[in-house]
Structure formats: structure tokens, C-alpha cells
Design a binder for this molecule. Sequence first.
Ligand SMILES: [Mg+2]
Length: 489
Amino acid sequence: MMAHRVKIMQGRTFRFNLCDCPPYNADFDGDEMNLHVLQSDEARAEARILMQVQENILSPRYGGPIIGAIHDHITGAYFLTHKNPHFNMFEAMNILSKLDNIEIPKPFIDDDGTPYWTGRQLFSIVLPKDFNTTFKANIYDDEPEEGLVKIRNGELISGTIDVKAIGNSKGKILDRIARDYGSERAAQFLNEVTRLALGALMNHGFSTGIGDEDIPEEAALQIANFNQECIDKVSQLVDSYREGTLDQMPGRSLRETLEVEVMKVLGQARDEAGRVAGKHLGMSNPAVIMAKAGARGSMLNLSQMAGCVGQQAVRGERLARGYWNRTLPHFEKGDLGAYARGFCSNSYKSGLTPTEFFFHAMGGREGLVDTAVRTSRSGYMQRRLVSALEDLKLTGDGTVRNTIGTVIQFKYGEDGVDPTRTVRGKAIDLDDLFAEVMGDDAEELLHHMDENDAGDDYGAKEKDEMEYTEEEDNEEHDDLDTDYDGGGE
Ligand SMILES: [Mg+2]
């Protein structure tokens, strides 16, 4: 629940900035919302201090922004700043006309005397005037010279603005503005960035379609050939398992060793398909731009559409259940080959075979069941936690006490730190401090910046860990289906 300031507009529905969708988990598949209109001064005060949207940009969960630019905003900012394009008077004014109260910077003049503005110049308009930072953009690994973002005195000097700059949970510029300049300034920044980015995107034009996943015939052939090689390798492994010539791995049975080896080989097949598809799609492809800038989709999504869907899995293992000694009646009993255990060598675009389709539905169902189970479980856990902790409060002496004054914690959270006031979970950001004190000399210290950044994509990490522990939990109930793949003996 968040508080919004009402502005009367045309139309018969309410609207808010797209950036506010993630905290509400809102999308456009028929969502409705409830609106509570405040009735008392106390309620109004509480809403204004605690519940306003801008007060919730930084998440108390891990101290990073949960409200940030998404989808088209990121693509737009990418087109505005990538390779620093030039805009003539008409284009620049068209983009800037979406912003109020701005000071238009002095244009550059090209050789024949016509004025032009650069994309980075236009982006700098929305930055605070004394803002300094250096970080690596999402595209850094692909294009290091375009990916190192440098901002000095509110001017974007180099680099491309993408999800790592303004996106939710990763947006470093957004994060710094919210922390150093306050929530009001961060809200203004977000409003202006969205308008600027959409202006830039509309000036550029952007579209994606099924044709973006087309790869040349020889690339498709290359992928098919490599897939066949891997499938043959799997058959060889199965043969050596049956003959007993397979080298057993320490701590694993022969059967488990086979599974590990097979998964390794089939993993290579998918990676190779991704590599070949990625090489042919290239950075001019709109779908690739979205994936690399962090707007939507991933290279894995693209390689599954263009190259090869890959191995389907249930509980992290190749498919094993179904009929007696086989997954589907289309295969021989005891078949342990790639196709018989859920390998999909087709791409989504080329279309799955009937058996691949069944396997894909089996793997896909696990995801659906997991989300259904997890939301209800974590929802109830939340309810119990809130009930258990609702009467605790932080007192003036820094202790956490309950209603009768019993000390629960001598120091709030055992470190006395409010996550929203930290830099991604850490009390201070040494890199920022160095940069502030030493200026550009600090740069050689900055290369280790990304390595131990806990806040960076913290949510995703946490999710991975959760999945990992749940997998471990399940292991003991999992032995039901390990017995019936004994190869028909
Ligand atoms: Mg919905």
C-alpha cells in the first residue's frame, strides 16, 4: 500500500507512473486496485510521512531502489546515450518538450554551422548539478568502451545509461540520488528520466517481432550438428554405463555419475546454441538490445527461441517419471538417451516435436506448482512474523523493547543499522568515499567494485539460495522415482 498525491486528469480511470508497477506487482492483464481516501489529519500525516511513493523508493529489505525505470524507459535511455548520438534542433526540442522547467544546454556547432546536441548532453539535464559517480553499465562486458559510465559535476562524460544506472534494484544513479539528495529529488529524477527516455525512444522508433529471432540457415545447421554430436556423446556414455566401463565419480553411484556426465554434455549443447545464436543476432537486433540493456528478456530467452530449447528438468534432474521404465510410450523401455529423457533440440521458433512438447510441459509444470506453493507458504510465514513482532519498537536508547519494556535486542538488528540508510547493506560505500575524496585518482581502486557487491541484484541471489535449500529439503522424498530407470534389467 502506498500513498499517491491526487491530480485530477481527463478520463474515467486512474493512472500512475509505470515505475510504480513493481512494488504493487501490477501488470496490465486486467488488474484492478483499491483506493482509500484519507479522512482525518492524523491519517493524512501518517500517509505523507510513511506511505508516499517517493519515501518507498529505497527498500528496507536490502537498501537498494525497488522503484526505478523499467522496460521502455531503459531502452529509451540506451538510445539516448549509447555511442552518444547527435540530435539536430528539431529532434532535441522534440525530446526536451516533454520536460518542464529545464535549462537547455548550449549546443555544439558542426562544420557547416548547424547546431546539434549530443545524447549524453541531453541526459545530463536531469542530473543534479554536483553529481559525480563512476560505475560499469550492464553492457560493460560486451562493450567496455561504451559501458564505463562517468559522471562529473552533473555531466555524463562517457558510458551508456541502462538498467545498472536507472533500473530498479540495480540503478546506481537512482540509488545515489535517493540517498544523497532525498526522496523528493529522486522522484523528480525518475519523472524526468521517464519523460526524457520515452521522448528519445519515440524519436528513434523501436519495435520487435518474431523476425528478430531469425538466424541464417548455416547457423541453424551448425547448432543442429553440434546438438547431434552431443546426443551421440550421450549414447556413448549410456553404452559405457551399461558395459561398466564408465569411470565412477567419488561419492556417487555409477547411475548418478552417468546423469552428471549426461547433464554436462547436454548443457554444452544449449550453451553452444546460445553462443552461435548470439553471434548471429548482434547488437543491432532490437531483442538483443533489450536483453543487453536490461529492459526485458535475456540472452537465454533469445537462444531458446532462435537456437535450442535444451534439457528439461524436474527437481534439477533429467525427466525420469511417467510409465514403467520409460518416460513416454514413444520410447523403448530402459532408454537413457538424450531424447528419451527430456532433451529438446528444437527451438521455440522451429517448433517442438510431440515428445519434446510433453517434456516441456512436465518441466514447465514444476515452475507453476512452485510459484503456487511458495506464495501461499511465504504469505503465511509473513503473517506469523508480523503477529510475533508487531508490538516491538525501537526506543530512544537504541534498544528494541516490547510493550512492557523488556529488552528484545540491545542494538536494533544487532548492528544498529537501518538498511534503507545503508549503501546496499553496508554502512558506508568505500568506493564512493574514495571517489569523493580522491576524484579520478580513485579509479584504479574501483575495479574491484562489482565483485563483493551484496546489494547488486540481491533479490535474485536470495531467490537462488531459497531454491537451493528447497531442493535439498526435497531430496529425501525423492527416492521414489530413482528406482525405475535401471535399464530394463
Ligand atoms: Mg495482473
